[in-house]
Design a protein around this ligand. Structure first.
Ligand code: BGC
Length: 852
């Protein structure tokens, strides 16, 4: 029996502007491709030059027998600058529509397919408040320009891509998307660089694919609703829908909740936005199986495609049935396809998918069309050009189009509006069950929040504490105000204490052994003791209110990266840590600090660069160099440079390449200058900075942080050493440094340089745990008020940690790293030196010390 499809069924193929047009350099994806450290396998470049070759391409698709062409309009071309519309671009897309009409193809228009103009990113992208209105204004210009031949419009392609990617990247363990280097994808650096290219920062930047949280879903839904309203007004009669990417959800034993959660995030939560649409655009590529902890690997031995998805042509019909069960709208399959070089498998995929869809139609599922993804092999986003879905291959050297047999196969089906005999759908291998149609996702009961009442809030800005309540939910501060909601919360009476952000130690040495809990006479310990001591010191810093620490170097190679991992995974208490490797000085006779006999780094730019790269390999983030020496340890050394300019420039280049931060010990003026020239992010001491160094520091004030490190100086002056240990010259040097810094620090502050407390704690006479003493010293020596010193240790602390937009202040949305102090540190900052004044210590929304 012939498998005929309903009359008027739309047979087509799809593309998206950025993936085929070429030269789309005004959009966010282009910025991502070119970003420093970009995870994109290729740059889109000229793509397949479809912007110029569209007429021939459309003629080719029509020659196969297809009836529709789905393509997208590029917002970045139509509105190159906010509010400025390009007549050329609008005319171009009108010409595309006309070419479709000329060749008898119905133009199926997508108004947004992932890419957005760069300028939108500076307005918050797909989390921006104005974005729905801006999108609607763009749509208002586009629709009339396209003319009356357009009958159906998809506003936004895969509204749920952000939700989907979030899920996918949480599961990288078993479905690593090919071609993506997981480490570089997760490294924050490339997004900073992309954001910069869009004229903004990573905190503001939000590409469409990133908008997967509640806010993103709300903005995208609002954009769709606003665009639909505009279309109803300016192009009445045009049918409107949105598209979602939906895998077929199946369950392994115990997986119902997880499968239902996926279905909720990807489909059900979009129903309010879809309400009022004329059709639903469904995109499917595979099935997914869920167990009790989330998605599980497909059954052993199943065939996979070029995207490493399971080859699952039956999935599309199953999903269409599921959608039809929940939504009373016509369904258009706007994407479904096979990636891989074996075109016979593509033909098998298309045939089986269509057989399944045919059966669904017979059962009453209101399917109105099928546009295969994709017409031409093209730029497959982060995977580049290696992943090939096309019906037509493209030789990108010559841009020659080379139709595959699958093009003819689908074209013939379109011509006949029927499947050839003998093609059937097969059940998928493996024993998984379908997720029951009516299974609902019940979100887990929200964890109770924490509300602090009867407190005064020092928010980190430097202004005086104010009476307020503060609420924490999950990891973040969710409300600050006269009275916040107490619903589902543990309420803590702060008894009039001050609630303030956790402190940051900007010059931390967790492997310097001595602490307030244990005196170690000397600096070196056997490796086992050293590692455990570092872990203990991490806990001690947190006990004393330091929720963040920026490492100034370690005595062991990989201790800090390992410690950081342990802390971050909840394995042991400690501050957020910017981890470092061994503190470095070049090979010299009589090393100043014994780094515990790790591999040498030789002299010369290549060796220095290799050392930096080595730090990346072991998971450190900050790399410490002694740019000049240390007179406390060797008289006169503070004024000696230990590196050449070439070496430091090589370090700078390597750090940029590997997304690392350079930290420099720099007393000498020339050390400061060289450090700045080489791009060092943090400079310690800066004691002998001359006028030129001061000017350079001022010029770099948005990039650099300075920690004068006065704690160690004061401790040297105060120390009463045992008789065998002569500290005479150390004390002389310390006295000089103190006097010099008393003038230097206020001058740097006047020039707007970001200065942070942090005092080299961990020496026998300057123990770890005493870190808060720096604050008092700042008041005493540098003319800071306590509130100003606290601002430097909190708000600027968030910045040095690279998290200034979410750490270091008590603000709604910020991470809940906070201290409840019994007493007011803005009146007497010294109280912070006694840990018993810290009634509560919270890091990341969890109590390290819970109030009694
Ligand atoms: C997108 C396409 C993409 C395809 C294959 C869909 O997510 O809409 O742009 O190329 O899947 O990965």
């Amino acid at each position: 029996m012939h498998k005929n499809f309903p009359a008027g069924f739309l047979w087509g193929a799809a593309t998206a502007a950025h993936q085929v047009e070429g030269g789309n350099d005004n959009c966010d994806t282009w910025a991502e491709e070119w970003a420093e450290g970009s995870p994109y396998a290729d740059k889109s470049g000229d793509a397949i030059d479809h912007y110029r070759r569209f007429r021939d391409d459309i003629a080719l698709l029509a020659s196969f027998g297809l009836k529709a062409y789905r393509f997208s309009i590029e917002w970045a071309r139509v509105e190159p600058r906010e509010g400025e519309f390009s007549d050329e671009a609008l005319a171009h897309y009108r010409a595309v529509v006309d070419a479709c009409v000329e060749h008898g193809l119905e133009p199926l228009v997508t108004l947004h397919h992932f890419t957005s103009p760069k300028w939108l990113m500076a307005l918050g992208g797909w989390k921006g408040e104005r974005t729905p209105a801006l999108f609607a204004r763009y749509v208002e210009r586009v629709m009339p320009a396209l003319g009356p031949a357009v009958k159906r419009v998809i506003t936004l392609n895969e509204c749920n891509i952000g939700v989907l990617l979030q899920g996918m990247f949480a599961q990288l363990g078993f479905v690593p998307p090919i071609g993506v280097d997981v480490k570089s994808w997760r490294a924050p650096g490339w997004r900073n660089s992309a954001a910069e290219a869009c004229g903004t920062d990573a905190a503001t930047y939000c590409a469409f694919q990133m908008a997967g949280d509640e806010r993103g879903v709300a903005v995208i839904s609002a954009a769709h609703i606003a665009a639909r309203a505009v279309i109803r007004r300016v192009a009445p009669g045009v049918q409107v829908g949105l598209s979602l990417a939906l895998s077929q959800p199946q369950v392994a034993p115990g997986g119902e909740q997880q499968a239902a959660k996926m279905w909720h995030g990807n489909f059900r939560q979009w129903l309010p936005a879809i309400d009022g649409d004329d059709f639903f655009a469904l995109q499917n590529y595979t099935r997914e199986i869920y167990g009790p902890d989330g998605q599980v690997a497909p059954p052993e031995g199943v065939e996979t495609t070029g995207m490493r998805y399971e080859f699952a042509p039956q999935a599309v019909a199953s999903v269409a049935r599921r959608v039809a069960h929940e939504l009373k709208l016509p369904i258009l399959i706007t994407e479904n396809g096979y990636s891989g070089s074996d075109d016979t498998r593509r033909i098998a995929f298309i045939g089986q998918a269509l057989a399944g869809l045919h059966a669904a139609i017979e059962d009453g599922v209101p399917l109105i069309g099928y546009t295969y993804w994709t017409a031409f092999d093209n730029f497959e986003w982060v995977f580049g050009y290696a992943v090939r879905f096309g019906l037509v291959a493209v030789d990108r050297a010559t841009q020659q189009r080379l139709p595959k047999p699958s093009a003819t196969f689908l074209g013939d089906i379109a011509r006949r509006n029927a499947l050839p005999d003998g093609i059937t759908t097969h059940p998928q291998p493996g024993t998984s069950e379908e997720l029951a149609m009516d299974h609902r996702y019940t979100p887990p009961a929200a964890e109770p929040g924490v509300v602090f009442t009867n407190v005064r809030v020092f928010d980190g800005s430097g202004s005086a504490p104010f009476a307020a309540e503060l609420r924490v939910d999950g990891r973040r501060i969710t409300a600050i105000g006269q009275s916040v909601s107490h619903d589902n919360a543990r309420v803590i009476d702060g008894r009039g204490g001050v609630l303030m952000p956790g402190l940051t130690e900007a010059h931390a040495h967790l492997t310097w052994p001595t602490s307030v809990e244990k005196f170690v006479p000397g600096m070196s310990l056997p490796p086992e003791e050293l590692t455990l001591t570092a872990a203990r010191n991490a806990r001690i810093l947190l006990d004393h209110g330091f929720t963040s620490a920026y490492s100034a170097g370690a005595l062991g190679k990989r201790i800090e990266p390992a410690l950081k991992d342990m802390i971050d995974s909840g394995g042991m208490p400690g501050p957020r840590l910017i981890a470092s490797s061994v503190e470095r000085e070049p090979p010299m006779e009589g090393s100043l600090l014994d780094p515990g006999k790790v591999d040498e780094h030789g002299a010369g730019p290549a060796n220095v660069a290799a050392f930096v790269k080595g730090c990346k390999d072991i998971g450190a983030k900050a790399v410490k160099f002694l740019i000049s020496g240390e007179s406390a340890l060797k008289p006169g050394a503070s004024l000696e440079l230990l590196y050449t300019e070439e070496e430091l420039m090589a370090a700078g280049a390597a750090a940029r390449e590997h997304d690392l931060w350079l930290t420099g010990h720099a007393h000498a003026a020339d050390a400061v200058k060289l450090g700045l020239k080489a791009g060092f992010r943090v400079l310690y001491h800066c004691t002998y900075a001359d006028e030129e160094a001061l000017d350079m520091l001022e010029a770099a004030k948005d990039e650099v942080f300075v920690a004068p490190s006065i704690g160690i100086i004061q401790a040297t002056l105060d120390a009463t050493p045992p008789p065998h240990f002569d500290m005479t010259h150390m004390k002389q040097d310390a006295a000089l440094v103190l006097e010099t810094q008393k003038a230097l620090v206020p001058e740097l502050r006047r020039r707007g340089v970001r200065l942070l407390p942090g005092g080299d704690y961990g020496f026998p006479f300057n123990p770890n745990g005493r870190n808060a003493r720096d604050l008092e010293l700042w008041v005493q020596h540098f003319g800071y008020t306590p509130a100003e010193a606290l601002h430097a240790a909190t708000a600027l602390g968030g910045q040095i940690m690279g998290m200034g937009d979410e750490l270091g202040q008590l603000k709604e949305g910020f991470l809940a790293d906070l201290l409840l102090v019994d007493g007011d540190p803005t009146e007497n900052v010294a109280i912070l030196q006694n840990k018993h004044h810290l009634k509560a210590i919270m890091k990341d929304g969890r109590f390290h010390k819970s109030p009694a």
